[in-house]
Design a protein around this ligand. Structure first.
Ligand code: PLP
Length: 411
């Protein structure tokens, strides 16, 4: 006999009343009416607020929290986050405009990303935000552009560390990378920086993403602080900011567990005092995307057809990978695994049916759930995909097959 128990990643912060899932205190079926159409994304304000509170409680007071808006750049959501965190991190000129609209002080906004164009650098200089420089060439371009409007650009060095964040979903440092300046040539770049009309702001050291292990994060943070201490000796001024990256993950798949935040906080409380006096006035920044918003969002689609094919039952929805690519397993995953899923109005039902949940696109890649044990669902039911607050809509190929864009709502 196969295991008939539903197996999902653990869920957080959700609320069920009278057998129906609610987000932001509102039943999902009511939200579907409010949206006027399915599919839609709903993001819970209170969930984002609670998540930031949890972090503030666990982390040392010295740590400033930044929201990396590429995780979810919806303007209303960014506005909500801007009221909770200490700064925003952007990765394009477009995101920069959204971040500036929030009204946060420009020097709490930083811009990282390879391949910044002259137009984007001009935007960054004109608005007075901090530029995390990704190469020596980029630094020379900034100095040249700044020669024109006159403002003194605030620049930090994004370092490509000589280590990786272990057991990470996505490694973004170590080895040869398109990100950052190799740690070993940073002293040389810092010496050149001192000759240019640039304001040295600090260091940005980001080693990886989507990590669920506090011990791996601790190890990377320890190496990050050591690296920063070594590099600061070569800097023209003490760093105003040290961005130690983030990498805090959320559970997506069966077997994943929530990260132990207390352990992360205790680890940082041990590590930060090891920084020397040159860091006494340095703002320590952690930049987080999915950890702040990923679990606060759901993607809801409607069952438009139910059919059986050679013994297997298919729930065919009006959603799909064009809105939620990552849940389909096609966003860099090697093996497809199921995101947590529920039938919105059957939360108290027994899991009595094994179904494949698919989207409406004419490609076999469009799978939202394989062999899932769920309460019996019918045409018209609402299928909820959890963990959809980050890297959902804007990380998906929305033009593929020409369906209308989904609604996004903050609730
Ligand atoms: C994408 C990115 C982040 C956010 O990563 P999450 O896994 O969403 O927390 C943070 N910093 C940098 C530099 C990034 O590129």
């Amino acid at each position: 006999m196969s295991n008939r128990k539903p197996e999902f990643a653990p869920l957080w912060g959700l609320d069920v009343k009278d057998g129906e899932l609610r987000i932001g205190g509102q039943p999902v079926s009511l939200l579907a009416e409010r949206a006027g159409a399915t599919p839609f994304f709903a993001y819970g304000r209170d969930l984002m607020t609670r998540r930031v509170e949890e972090l503030r409680t666990a982390l040392p007071e010295r740590v400033h929290l930044h929201y990396a808006i590429k995780a979810n750049p919806m303007p209303a959501l960014v506005q909500h986050m801007a009221g909770l965190v200490d700064g925003l991190d952007v990765a394009s000129g477009g995101e920069l405009l959204v971040a500036l609209d929030s009204g946060l002080e420009p020097e709490t906004i930083s811009f990282a990303g390879p391949g910044k164009t002259d137009a984007e650098l001009t935007q960054a200089i004109a608005s007075g935000i901090v530029i995390n420089m990704e190469s020596h060439g980029e630094m020379e371009r900034i100095a040249e552009i700044a020669g024109r409007p006159g403002a003194r650009p605030k620049v930090a060095i994004r370092v490509n560390p000589d280590f990786e964040l272990k057991t990470s979903g996505m490694k973004m440092g170590g080895g040869s990378k398109q990100f950052g300046i190799d740690a070993e040539i940073v002293p040389q770049v810092l010496s050149r920086l001192g000759d240019l009309d640039l304001e040295f702001w600090g260091f940005h050291i980001f080693s990886g993403s989507q990590n669920l292990r506090a011990d791996a994060l601790y190890e990377a943070q320890e190496k990050t602080l050591e690296l920063a201490a070594g590099l600061a000796k070569h800097a023209p001024a003490p760093p105003k900011m040290l961005n130690i990256g983030g990498g805090l993950g959320i559970p997506y798949f069966p077997g994943d567990k929530h990260l132990d935040l207390t352990e992360v906080g205790d680890g940082l409380a041990r590590l930060l005092p090891t920084l020397g006096p040159e860091f006494d006035d340095t703002e320590i920044v952690m930049e987080l995307g999915r950890f702040l918003v990923g679990e606060a969002g759901i993607y809801v689609s409607r069952v438009v057809d139910k059919k059986e094919s050679r013994g297997q039952i298919f729930l065919i929805t009006d959603g799909g990978l064009h809105h939620q690519l990552a849940a389909s397993g096609n966003f860099g995953q090697v093996l497809r695994k199921n995101y947590p899923v529920a039938i919105a109005t059957r939360m108290d039902g027994e899991a009595t049916e094994s179904v494949d949940i698919v989207g409406c696109l004419c490609t076999p890649l469009d799978r939202l759930g394989d062999r899932m044990e769920l309460p019996k669902a019918e045409v018209g039911d609402l299928v909820v995909l959890f963990q959809s607050g980050a890297y959902g809509l804007t990380a998906s190929p929305t033009a593929f097959l020409g369906h209308p864009a989904p609604i996004e709502m903050l609730v």
